[in-house]
Design a binder for this molecule. Structure first.
Ligand SMILES: N[C@@H](CCC(=O)N[C@@H](CS)C(=O)NCC(=O)O)C(=O)O
Length: 216
């Protein structure tokens, strides 16, 4: 049995939750915000979520977790069988996380949590995101899935990350940069959201968001 630690608000948590569901791996969730408690730092070195506990121990970093799940539970694979195609999936995820999600993350304090982000940072993020999303548009296939005709690990990452980046940029710049630079992404979102497990992840995210802002 796998235990998934974190919060349904988190896009990285939802990446792993969707992977567990699509692979039909039995798991339980332990809801936890990122934190610096010594007991958590032993399991996730920077106190970030998600992390998991498997029979072998604790594991952090969503991409390491995703690849561990694929290796340890080969049923319902999320990676193609051919080495180059597997690498293309990883290329897509790495580009998405390094050059899009991590860049847009600097906007989240103001977009979602009532904080303030300076105009200087907004301008810098806009320039970097424009590059990152233009690059991602060169990789994404939308045929109909992110890297081809099968649902893969690339979709497990693309859906939660791009949804969040789309919403953050809509709030900060008055338009979704994801829709601007990746034509057809709206159709893609709808297609992924028609999948039962993505629907469940999305519903549980909305419930967690409602609870988070009710307590504020
Ligand atoms: N590279 C990490 C990123 C995880 C991450 O940034 N998680 C956020 C929540 S979405 C977090 O824990 N943030 C708290 C922090 O940065 O201290 C992964 O892939 O798991």
């Amino acid at each position: 049995m796998v235990t998934l630690y974190g919060s349904a608000i988190s896009n990285y948590y939802n990446k792993i939750k969707l992977a567990l569901m699509e692979k039909e791996i039995a798991f339980i969730e332990v809801l936890l915000a990122p934190n610096q408690d010594e007991s958590i730092l032993k399991r996730s070195p920077l106190g970030k979520i998600p992390f998991i506990k498997s029979n072998e121990g604790y594991l952090s970093e969503s991409q390491a977790i995703l690849e561990y799940l694929e290796d340890a539970f080969p049923v319902n694979p999320l990676y193609p069988t051919e080495a180059f195609e597997r690498a293309k999936c990883r290329e897509f995820i790495q580009h998405l996380e390094l050059n899009v999600e991590l860049i847009a993350r600097r906007l989240y304090a103001e977009a979602f949590f009532g904080g303030h982000v300076s105009q200087e940072i907004k301008d810098e993020v806009l320039a970097k995101l424009t590059l990152g999303l233009t690059g991602l548009n060169r990789l994404i296939k939308l045929s109909p899935y992110a890297v081809g005709d099968k649902f893969t690990a690339a979709d497990v990452a693309a859906w939660p990350h791009l949804q969040l980046v789309s919403s953050a940029t809509q709030k900060i710049y008055g338009q979704s940069l994801v829709e601007k630079y990746i034509p057809g992404i709206d159709v893609y979102f709808k297609m992924i959201e028609s999948r039962p497990y993505a629907q469940k992840v999305g519903e549980e995210r909305m419930t967690a968001l409602a609870a988070r802002f009710k307590n504020n």
